[in-house]
Design a protein around this ligand. Structure first.
Ligand code: ZN
Length: 104
């Protein structure tokens, strides 16, 4: 005879205990569906559904991608600024050398 695993639940309202199959409990937890104790009190497992967690994880990933893109943009700007300063400095050195009649 096949055995079906049962899970004991307790109503949060009237404290009556009742049993559901483990598979059914897993579905209730996963989907956050409302279910009822034998006395008719609505119950649900609080928390987020897998779909909500997936959506939030995707949103967090998108924020990280945007932050990384912004960081790359700032690094690029800083690099251009430093290259500009280096060119200006080199140009000034060349001008000073020429003014002194030194080697180029
Ligand atoms: Zn109840």
């Amino acid at each position: 005879m096949a055995t079906v695993e049962q899970v004991e639940l307790c109503c949060s309202e009237c404290k009556v205990t009742f049993w559901v199959t483990a598979a059914h409990e897993a579905k209730l937890v996963r989907k956050r569906q409302t279910f009822y104790c034998p006395n008719g009190h609505g119950q649900w497992f609080p928390g987020k559904t897998d779909a909500q967690r997936a959506k939030e994880a995707e949103a967090a990933l998108q924020r990280e991608r945007e932050a990384a893109a912004e960081e790359r943009r700032l690094h690029h700007e800083e690099r251009r600024r430093l290259e500009h300063l280096a060119r200006g400095r080199q140009s000034l050195i060349t001008k000073l050398r020429r003014a002194k009649g030194g080697p180029l």
